[in-house]
Design a protein around this ligand. Structure first.
Ligand code: AVI
Length: 328
């Protein structure tokens, strides 16, 4: 009952700003400095990420869209079981562009399922729950706004049906390998034997192709990274001069890690919230993001090490990206 609830929207946003402030200070007061890439996605960041997904060098989205549009029937068969009744949960649903292929096909096949998109952004969830039923009128949808595992708890508590969890777009690559393993183990704990996972993961390939995707000629990735400094200015009343920072991306073909940094171009001091100040040396870096690339054997190893059985892999025609299906 919202009228008697003591938690208001202002409380929530104050709480979120508090965590943002704390995480930014922790990162910038560390040595070496870092910022958490989950904070890229404010309204401007969402917009820049959309631009990135449309830029020629950023191949990931096109590859996964190809898989979802050309292999819809096989993907659907792989996530459904004979009982034909299940919950389809999507972690970090975004605009659900890729999953819409699957939703549409499942509806056409008259499969009995509920779609439960989970996203940390309340905007995303309210857009999905109002827009999707317009194009897919028979869709049973329940949007869940919040942290992945908290919302997964809610989803599992509200139904005992079999589950299939989508985690697309190589979002898992934005965690270091140790966190990938922790994440998959935690995911397994939230599922029952027989439940399925469909995970989008970017594959190791020509290093130049990978590097170009994170260092596009149009400079959108640079803007995307610098936007986090601007977000800190906007929300935490800081005074970053973004012209005094440059973007640097590197890919290590041995480890498969693509990493992004911002480099301070001069010695400078940045104030945050009038109370804190951060010194930057010329050429000092802020570590911004990891985008991990995987081999197939590594992917299967991750599945087995975290309590899943790898069932099947779906590739795009260039075999640059994989949607892999695991069973709990
Ligand atoms: C969201 N995530 C999978 C993107 C990636 O490819 O790591 C974020 C991104 N960062 C720079 N470009 C895209």
């Amino acid at each position: 009952n919202s009228s008697s609830s003591k938690t208001t929207l202002t409380d929530i946003s104050r709480h979120q700003t508090g965590a943002f402030h704390k995480d930014v200070l922790t990162g910038l007061q560390s040595n070496p400095k870092y910022l958490e890439s989950k904070y890229f996605y404010d309204t401007t960041g969402d917009q820049l990420f959309k631009e990135l997904m449309n830029c020629t060098e950023y191949y990931l989205t096109d590859c996964e869209l190809e898989i979802f549009s050309k292999k819809t029937a096989e993907l659907s068969a792989a996530v459904t079981d004979d009982d034909n009744s299940f919950d389809l949960i999507e972690l970090g649903a975004g605009d659900a562009l890729k999953s819409t292929y699957l939703l549409n096909y499942l509806l056409e096949q008259k499969v009995d399922f509920n779609y439960l998109p989970i996203d940390i952004s309340s905007n995303v969830i309210s857009n999905l729950t109002s827009n999707l039923p317009e194009t897919l009128p028979n869709l049973q949808i329940m949007g869940l706004n919040g942290e992945y595992f908290e919302m997964l708890n809610k989803a599992t508590a509200s139904s005992s049906r079999r589950k299939a969890v989508l985690f697309l777009g190589s979002n898992i690559g934005n965690m270091p390998i140790s966190a990938v393993l922790e994440f998959c183990k935690e995911l397994r704990k939230h599922l029952s034997a027989g439940d399925k996972v469909l995970m989008g993961m970017d594959l190791k390939k020509n290093p130049k192709t990978i590097l170009a995707a994170y260092n596009d000629k149009g400079g959108i990735t640079k803007k995307f990274n610098l936007n986090l400094l601007e977000r800190i200015n906007r929300e935490l009343h800081a005074d970053f001069d973004i012209n005094q920072f440059d973007h640097y991306a590197m890919y290590d073909p041995e480890t498969g890690s693509c990493k992004s940094y911002l480099i301070s171009l001069v010695d400078q001091v940045v104030h945050i919230n009038e109370r804190a100040y951060i010194n930057f040396l010329k050429d000092e870096h802020i570590y911004m993001e990891i985008s991990q690339k995987f081999t197939l054997s590594q992917i299967e190893q991750i599945a087995r090490d975290t309590g899943f059985k790898p069932l099947r892999h779906f590739f795009d025609s260039k075999e640059w990206f994989v949607d892999t299906i695991w069973q709990a």
